[in-house]
Design a protein around this ligand. Structure first.
Ligand code: FAD
Ligand code: DHB
Length: 394
């Protein structure tokens, strides 16, 4: 089999890349290790930056998102038991959309299949070869165990943090930056009304909590926990009790309870590997970088990467111009490091760090106080949260 771009991974990065390439008249094949129900049911991120919403709308993927997604004009920071509103639209003229990552994934898969796209689910033993030559290829087995070879002009490694593409870049030319946080997030989905219309990022002496949602009937809630927390230690009653405690305050906000239908623990790390290119292999999304989820940047960064990559590939195939491919890693890295900074800052601002002294805890609260009382500081938070503008390439 032969294609122009062999894409490994059918997460947001790989799927959106194949859609953007299709719109530019470029063929691709997507190879995904898991089956379609698994990929479409994987619960992860929920906040889309304005730029991500624009990309989905401009490429014909926004119909269900605009109907079912929740447009949020601001967010709430809560500390010392009090809410403080940050108005994104007033501060930046932009908003965000709350719409689950797996819904975005479902929408792109449906569109790709409608457009005759080739997505091979349950692809096993995927390996990449000759990426530093002119004729790279991918070897893989289909779900019946039959071996295949996919010859490509380029390979896009969109296979997430645990994929095989990043390790295919020699360690001698790759620089890795990493910070592992001493906590994780326990996340649940529950059939209960959100406590309020906006998200609440809640700083509390017992640990951070995030009150989010997926619809007016479904809440998405997170609790700071140990990174290796065993979910078996968290029966539903304990989760609700802890969420209530972290929401206590003079305004008596009452969190409605309901049946919990999904639970999981996510460890937290910041990770960057660069450059994101080796020969004809290009990394995008979590394959190259991970952010702690506090800034809601993970999926948005994946979308930004493939937006740049699709344009660079288009320049190559249309005009035989390799300049954008040459600049791909640098243009992505500038955005990635700003998102890393913001995610690290939000994480530091909102979580409980056991090793911090009483002095440092007071400094953290003073910083929160400063952020919500200074228009300049609120604007800085807001413009990063709604997403920095895309850099336009020459
Ligand atoms: P992925 O979504 O990881 O997709 C990679 C795909 O490649 C997967 O489908 C995988 O099955 C496939 N694959 C892997 N290896 C192979 C192989 N060898 N061969 C073929 N296919 C392969 N971000 C937020 O902003 N907020 C959150 O609340 C949040 N929660 C998260 C919870 C978890 C458990 C995780 C892991 C991430 C979370 N993120 C969150 C981050 C966000 O979901 C990711 O940034 C986003 O999924 C990145 O998209 P991607 O397409 O790059 O990678
Ligand atoms: C959600 C996840 C995040 O990481 C975040 O910062 C905000 C919302 C969510 O899943 O709803």
């Amino acid at each position: 089999m032969r294609t122009q771009v062999g894409i490994i991974g059918a997460g947001p990065a790989g799927l959106l890349l194949s859609h953007l390439l299709h719109l530019a008249g470029i063929e691709s094949v997507v190879l995904e290790a898991r089956d379609r129900p698994y990929v479409e049911g994987r619960i992860r991120a929920g906040v889309l930056e304005q730029g991500t919403v624009d990309v989905l709308n401009q490429t014909g993927l926004g119909e269900r998102m605009n109907r079912e997604g929740l447009l949020h004009h601001g967010t709430t920071l809560r500390f010392r038991g009090r809410n403080h509103h940050i108005d994104f639209v007033d501060l930046t003229g932009k908003a965000v959309m709350v719409y689950g990552q797996h819904e975005v994934v479902k929408d792109i898969i449906a569109q790709r299949l409608k457009d005759g796209g080739n997505i091979q689910f349950e692809a096993a033993d995927v390996s990449v070869h000759d990426v530093d030559g002119e004729r790279p290829f991918i070897l893989w087995r289909d779900k019946n165990g039959s071996p295949h070879k996919l010859d490509c002009d380029f390979i896009a490694g969109c296979d997430g943090f645990h994929g095989i593409c990043r390790p295919a870049i020699p360690a001698s030319i790759q620089q890795v930056y990493e910070r592992v946080y001493p906590f994780g997030w326990l996340g649940i989905l529950a059939k209960s009304k959100p406590v309020q219309e906006e998200l609440i990022y809640n700083n509390h002496a017992r640990g951070f909590a995030l009150f989010s949602m997926r619809s007016p009937e479904i809440t998405r809630l997170y609790l700071q926990c140990d990174p290796d927390e065993d979910i078996a230690n968290w029966p539903d009653d304990r989760i609700w009790e802890e969420l209530h405690k972290r929401l206590e305050g003079e305004d008596n906000l009452r969190l409605p309870e309901g049946p919990i239908f999904q639970k999981g623990v996510t460890p937290m790390r910041s990770f960057v590997a660069g450059p994101m290119r080796h020969g004809r292999l290009f990394l995008a999304g979590d394959a190259a970088h991970i952010v702690p989820p506090t800034g809601a940047k993970g999926m948005n960064l994946a979308v930004a990467d493939v937006r740049y990559l699709s344009r660079a590939l288009e320049s190559f195939f249309r005009k035989n111009d390799s300049d954008r491919l040459a600049g791909y890693s640098d243009i992505c890295m500038r955005r990635i490091w700003k998102a890393q900074r913001f995610s690290w800052w939000m994480t530091s601002l909102l979580h409980k760090f056991d090793e911090r002294s009483a002095f440092e805890n007071e400094v953290q609260l003073a910083e929160l106080d400063y952020v919500v009382s200074s228009r300049a500081a609120m604007t800085s938070l807001a413009e990063n949260y709604v997403g920095l503008p895309f850099e336009e390439q020459a």
